[in-house]
Design a protein around this ligand. Sequence first.
Ligand SMILES: CC(C)(COP(=O)(O)OP(=O)(O)OC[C@H]1O[C@@H](n2cnc3c(N)ncnc32)[C@H](O)[C@@H]1OP(=O)(O)O)[C@@H](O)C(=O)NCCC(=O)NCCS
Length: 198
Amino acid sequence: MEALWIDDLAEAPEGELRPVVWVRRLEAPAGDAAEGRLARRQTLKQLAGRVFQVSPEAVVLDRAEPGGLKVAAPRAAFASVAGRGALIAAALSPVPVGVDIEPAAPTFDLPFDALDEDAQAALAGLDPPARIRAFLRRWTAIEAHLKAHGLGFGQTAPSQVQARARPDGIALRGPGTRRTLAALHEDADHVAALVLLP
Ligand SMILES: CC(C)(COP(=O)(O)OP(=O)(O)OC[C@H]1O[C@@H](n2cnc3c(N)ncnc32)[C@H](O)[C@@H]1OP(=O)(O)O)[C@@H](O)C(=O)NCCC(=O)NCCS
């Protein structure tokens, strides 16, 4: 099952529930955590409204068990959201889904030592720009993998998930989770990853 990545809400598949991810750029980053949460929910409601052909206000979100968000109405659907700075990714899917997004130019020190040892070794010889990209691909893939399973770093540390680069994405395996393949979506300003559990 392949996902559709869109930059513009107008490109969303109307009336058809298939895996779709909207990468949205806000005019300004969310001011605080509460604003960020609201922006992620509004983004997901707009996407679900477009797909289900109702107004965003008619979309009802609910907490998924365990973790994350789901769409409860007008139709049940799996969902996942992520945000960093002015970037938001909202995913809607007929199967469990996890999404993550990070800016391509991070404004803080990346936790390179949070990856498993093989991944750290694979990144060690790279020059700084390539190393950052390689880290972000694995990091977003691990987050997407855990979110698809309803887990966060509170339950599973990132170093417990093996993340291997493949030509078609990042292959993941970790405790208490299924093996998955994260699809990557990269642009000049971001790296994003999506995991589906068919
Ligand atoms: C909570 C966590 C799932 C993601 O946190 P995050 O990267 O700060 O935030 P994101 O924007 O990517 O994702 C937030 C969304 O994850 C979802 N989420 C939280 N817990 C979840 C879980 N157990 N399962 C599925 N999704 C979950 C929520 O829907 C949340 O959005 P909401 O608060 O609007 O409902 C967790 O993996 C974590 O703590 N990450 C640490 C992040 C970090 O250290 N980043 C460094 C950057 S390199």
